[in-house]
Ligand binder design. Structure first.
Ligand SMILES: *Cc1c(COP(=O)(O)O)cnc(C)c1O
Length: 219
């Protein structure tokens, strides 16, 4: 077992009453997940469909699984029966496929729209303009529920830059919450920048390496 319990407790305390902690367990063994589970933790994040499906089969069924990576349309069907929240919707075609698979699984699936806030660096996510264009189309999808926004800041040591990017995302989120009360989740902040995200009002952080140690390879 290689969980950093001290860090886990520290982060839980920092987030108390402010943000949900999604423990990002990609590339880490089920034993590590089970160790946090046994402490009462239920929200775990994964990036790869096959890995998630394998882990889900082996672990307790009351875990809330978050899919935080880039999701390919042809793989939605494998996670539709159990996924708790999909964080990174970046196209109408993906939304359509999730809606279809949710109906088949007889569920309403909760989603976040991913916004491209680190302009030069992220490959995935909606531009502000694309976000504005997608919003009016959402009511057509009856088997999904869009709960909010997700974003990733630039990989940089310049924390002012990360903060400015989070600030921008928070403003977008606030504008949307005025029009739609179902918007309740703002997913931003990772191991390196969750303090900045907290400052800017995140209510869901996705933290991996601080809890589970560095990943051996960046899958
Ligand atoms: C891997 C990953 C994380 C966690 O990253 P850490 O730096 O290990 O905290 C968070 N969000 C997304 C989208 C990821 O892919």
């Amino acid at each position: 077992m290689s969980i950093n319990l001290e860090k886990y407790n520290q982060i839980k305390e920092e987030l108390e009453g402010k943000a949900t902690l999604v423990a990002v367990s990609k590339t880490k063994p089920v034993e590590d997940i089970k160790a946090l589970y046994d402490l009462g933790h239920r929200d775990f994040g994964e990036n790869y469909v096959q890995e998630l499906v394998d882990k889900q089969a082996q672990l307790p069924k009351d875990i809330r699984w978050h899919f935080i990576g880039h999701l390919q349309s042809n793989k939605v069907k494998f996670i539709a029966p159990f996924i708790h929240l999909i964080h990174a919707i970046d196209s109408i075609s993906l939304l359509k496929e999730i809606d279809k698979q949710a109906e088949k699984a007889n569920r309403i699936i909760d989603l976040l729209l991913q916004v491209y806030i680190a302009k030069e660096e992220t490959k995935f996510g909606l531009s502000d303009h694309e976000l504005q264009a997608i919003i009016p189309q959402l009511p057509a999808f009856k088997n999904v529920s869009v709960k909010g926004l997700m974003g990733m800041a630039s990989f940089t040591n310049d924390m002012r830059k990360a903060r400015a990017e989070f600030h921008h995302l928070k403003n977008l989120y606030h504008t949307l919450t005025i029009h739609d009360s179902r918007f309740t989740i703002l997913s931003m902040g990772m191991s390196s920048d969750y303090h900045e995200a907290l400052h800017e009002g995140t209510n869901m952080v996705r933290i991996g390496s601080l809890l589970f140690g560095e990943r051996e390879y960046q899958k």
